[in-house]
Write a protein that binds this ligand. Sequence first.
Ligand code: GLC
Length: 555
Amino acid sequence: MARKWWQDEVIYQIYPKSFRDSNGDGIGDIRGITEKLDYLEDLGVTMLWICPIYQSPMDDNGYDVSDYMALAPEFGDMDDLDELIREADKRNIKIMMDLVINHSSDEHEWFQKALEDPESRYHDYYIFKEGNERPNNWRSIFGGSVWEKVPGRDEYYYHTFGKKQPDLNWENEELRKVLFDMVNWWLDRGIAGFRIDAISFIKKDLTWSDREPDGVDRLAKCTKATRNMPGIGEFLTELKEETFARHRCVTVAEAAGVPYEKMGEFIGENGYFDMIFDFRYADLDIASGSEWFKRLPWTVKELEEKIMASQMIMQKYGWPANFIENHDQPRAASKYLKEAQDNKDAVKMMGAMYFFLRGVPFIYQGQELGMVNFERTSMEQFNDLSSIDQYQRSLEEGLSGEEALRIVNLRSRDNARTPFPWNAEKYGGFTEGTPWLNMTEEYPRINAEAQKGKEGSIYEFYKEMIAFRQHGPYSRTLIEGNIEPVRSGEDVISYRRFTEEESIYCLFNFSGKERTETLPNTGMVPIWGNLEQTHMNGKTIKLQPYQAVLIKENE
Ligand code: GLC
């Protein structure tokens, strides 16, 4: 695969509503991000992915856009954004925006006009069906039917996600053209690229026929009829050719459920996108992304298998986007480390495990501090609409209220959306007002001020790890090198990164106990790790609890 400029990036994801509030209204904003650029530069990241900042009624915190070419006033205006782009550029940091074009908000002018006048051109920008009952039994991702009745008319409109997020009708050529113009307009403004939301949903099964019900609500998961459906490739090719291919930009798609055998179409040399996120290992603890109340047990070996299967497929076709957290996931320390979530060595080990995989690493805000999940005591304390839905569904499916709340606490998307703790002061220095969502209980202990510049902190570890990957003596192998799985024992994840000249074994002990591994050769040299000492003797290495170590093979 030919080298691409974006393969050298380390991307930091910002959830703007919760990053830094510069004007005291309790909601983070663009100026807040600009204020914190020095922090991000110090950490060493090279690009920011900013979750949607477009005008929106915020039913799904910006993933419901009511004007694609205007910004949400609570986040700021175009001058603020231009300033952010300029100031970031001074620090060699690029800006990636979020692109939400599977659906808009029901408050978008197009949808409002479609409701007002069924004869208007905008009516066909969305999916409407006439009749006085639901056209089929598909269940939306955020709960209930995908169909919502139009008030006062015998007509329904379609929504894959929430009721206030009607799907755009990609079958309409004029709509596609309007979307493409908008994408080009943004790329011309100097942004580096897009993270593209829910893009695997743009093509639907046009027979709209019922599916076998899969819940007590007698509905059927819509993903079977709306995700990665035949024909999606034509839309994605057109999207790429009319927009991305005309700019020097990077694209990373949220394209859940792409079958591995189709990965080449998505991220191959001529793929629709540069990278995609693979959720198979992120969602190993749940039945599916839309049914996370159904929890699954898992082992470290299963995690390793899923990660390596993903890595090997991505390597065959292209380049992955690696992550352990995002705004839809719980905190990685809580999910993957469970009782060891507060063990600093464990959190560092976990960070290193995914960071040295082949691909572009994404860091989600607060991950670099080892933030953990919260513990909420009642449903009123949640904001996220999918948490509320999953709670309801688990009750319907027979779980007790206590069990349902426990599960929502474990998996709620709000876990990652709590305001960023800058210091130990009131509301963690996030706002001078009252934050829109409660802080985590841990913020007096886990915050940026307590860690930045403090030896041994998780923040300093991330900073050093980024520098080591980006500018260290083994950078080329760690960035560009190939990857292959390496056999290891229980609780240990291991892989090898290599070029023709150099070979580096990466070992990660997920257990609180010592684990013994056998190396392929004697005379191998530890080059990096999260602990001071590496206990090696001949081919034997005794990994200490939660140790991460990179070991170079001598030529
Ligand atoms: C994506 C986003 C998520 C949002 C959904 C609907 O999955 O990451 O936050 O709720 O799409 O836009």
